[in-house]
Design a protein around this ligand. Structure first.
Ligand SMILES: O=C1O[C@H](COP(=O)(O)O)[C@@H](O)[C@H](O)[C@H]1O
Length: 272
């Protein structure tokens, strides 16, 4: 089962970041009320990092028990761990350094400090995800617990930015990563957007998430957003591929929404 996209349009990128932050905080509190802990997969990019900054600046952020949030990344740049291009470093500066996280729950893909290639770092990240799934399975006391653990833990929310070329995470149009059907994580050697080396969750891995939130602002993304929501092939338009099992939510600003198919745009009470 996967959820058809739902689109929520906000006036501009500042309002959008604040709205994403408010939603994320509320969602994490809800999940923690039900399950005790929550798992979120972060993204890099302007909206991804800006929204984390908005979370840190919100007084409501104190409602979340950050020590019981598991953090993973949808993709990471394969450069030294302290490089300013690392998505995790940017997330750390925007949010993680400002809240009381449990470092054991922060799972960053490996860097060039520890691995010789993006593929090696990808295999390590896939192993850590599988270990988390096994630990979750072992702790599950429910009667309907599956016989074997899966390769991924329960991913409550996956956040994804979208590039102007419609890439998501580090899955780029027409490249091997977006075609991957078996692996949960791939190494990327030739990203068209620098830096060339990256580690990325695959589409089948992303699509195990309960909720996928696509967070996008700006006129330069309007073509990618329009094509993705019109149902393009994910091999050409990777942003068309992600689907949450319960919710696929496009949180976008008016500039990014200018080419969204009319029938997907929610009208206000006046129809305006
Ligand atoms: O390289 C990346 O780009 C995308 C989108 O970034 P943006 O700056 O155009 O918003 C991002 O989602 C991804 O995580 C990142 O590695």
């Amino acid at each position: 089962m996967s959820a058809d996209p739902r689109v929520s349009i906000h006036p501009d990128s500042t309002v959008l970041m604040a709205a994403i932050a408010a939603r994320l905080i509320t969602k994490l509190v809800d999940i923690q009320d039900r399950h005790g802990e929550a798992t979120v997969v972060l993204t890099g990019g302007t909206m991804g990092i800006g929204s984390l900054r908005a979370v840190a600046e919100s007084p409501a952020a104190k409602a979340v028990d950050w020590s019981k949030v598991n953090f993973w990344w949808g993709d990471e740049r394969f450069v030294p761990a302290d490089n300013a291009e690392r998505n995790a470093r940017q997330a750390h500066e925007a949010l993680l350094s400002r809240i009381p996280v449990d470092p054991a729950r922060v799972h960053v893909p490996g860097s060039t400090d520890d691995f010789g290639s993006p593929e090696e770092a990808a295999a390590d990240y896939a192993r850590r995800l599988a270990d988390a799934a096994a630990a979750e399975h072992a702790a599950d006391m429910s009667d309907d617990r599956p016989e074997h653990p899966g390769r991924l833990p329960r991913l409550d929310i996956v956040l994804l930015g979208v590039g102007p070329d419609a890439h998501v995470a580090s899955l780029f149009p027409e490249q091997a990563g977006i075609r991957e059907k078996e692996l949960t994580v791939v190494g990327v050697q030739n990203s068209p957007k620098p830096p060339p080396g990256r580690v990325s969750l695959t589409l089948p891995a992303i699509n195990t998430a309960l909720e996928v939130w696509m967070v996008v602002a700006g006129e330069d993304k309007a073509g990618a957003v329009g094509l993705a929501l019109a149902g393009a092939n994910p091999v050409q338009v990777p942003a068309a591929g992600p689907r949450g099992r319960r919710e696929t939510l496009w949180l976008i600003d008016e500039n990014a929404a200018s080419r969204v198919p009319e029938q997907l745009v929610r009208k206000g009470p006046s129809g305006a």
